[in-house]
Design a protein around this ligand. Structure first.
Ligand SMILES: C[S@@+](CC[C@H](N)C(=O)[O-])C[C@H]1O[C@@H](n2cnc3c(N)ncnc32)[C@H](O)[C@@H]1O
Length: 240
């Protein structure tokens, strides 16, 4: 989906990066409402961070995110964290497309059993300089405790001026969250391989994020960025 979207890029960035990264991948043919809005929002947040001089961008659960190439900028380092197998596959694709990855560090990590602060410390991230941390399409795959540990770990590495941008899967208040997860997974084709684990009401997220040490600076619905997206399902949060 993202490879087909018109998206911005930096002067030194590769506008064709997503298409090249996804070349040869089978399309699911399924349109996922919310992803276009979420992509636009995250792209804008990356561009804003670059304008504001933030020199480190950590992409948690990066998958096939192309922003390290699309938004390449002099002096800016990208760090991508994901499962070892996903990373190995992406690294092979980056090599095959002869991508310039000189300002990209790829650090394998399973957030379920690795302390993200330790992973970042070992891979060259500088905790004394501001960082933009991205968690796009990730937290729904982690159980609530793992997601909260992840955000706390990022907070530990976030010097003053750092930002967190995350997408969250939400359900209306008054519904049992475990039941919401069950119903959502029942509608998904790959739920048995990669189940969703955390869907919460907006208010619960605000309190949970604040408890990890981030100040919630912005909280919007993806439908504000994509008119076709159903309201109340995908929330976008910026923490400072
Ligand atoms: C839906 S994809 C989103 C990828 C990318 N952020 C994007 O928006 O295009 C979810 C990503 O989270 C990663 N992920 C899920 N659980 C993880 C875990 N426990 N540890 C590390 N990565 C995980 C997956 O490997 C996958 O790349």
């Amino acid at each position: 989906m993202r490879a087909e979207m018109a998206r911005p890029h930096t002067p030194g960035g590769d506008p064709d990066a997503q298409r090249r990264l996804c070349a040869g991948m089978a399309s699911t043919g399924v349109r996922h409402p919310g992803i276009a809005g979420r992509t636009r929002f995250f792209d804008e947040q990356v561009l804003a961070a670059l304008r504001d001089g933030i020199g480190q961008i950590v992409v948690c659960g990066a998958g096939y995110d192309d922003r390290a190439l699309r938004f390449r900028s002099p002096g800016v380092r990208y760090f991508e964290l994901d499962h070892p197998l996903t990373q190995a596959d992406k690294a092979a694709k980056l090599r095959a497309m002869s991508a310039d990855t000189s300002d990209l560090v790829m650090a394998p990590a399973d957030f379920g059993d690795r302390d993200v602060a330790d992973v970042l410390d070992r891979c060259g991230h500088d905790a004394s300089r501001p960082t933009l941390f991205l968690c796009e399409g990730l937290l729904v795959y982690l159980d609530r405790a793992t997601g909260e540990d992840l955000l706390s770990g990022l907070r530990q590495r976030g010097a003053s001026g750092s930002r967190l941008v995350a997408s969250l899967a939400a359900h209306p208040p008054g519904i049992d969250s475990a039941r919401a997860v069950e119903v959502a997974n029942a509608r998904r084709r790959d739920a048995s391989r990669e189940p969703w684990r955390t869907i919460l009401p907006a208010g619960t997220y605000v309190n949970a994020i604040a408890a990890t040490g981030w100040r919630v600076a912005q909280f919007v619905d993806a439908s504000e960025w994509e008119p076709d997206a159903p309201p109340g399902r995908t929330l976008l949060v910026v923490g400072s």
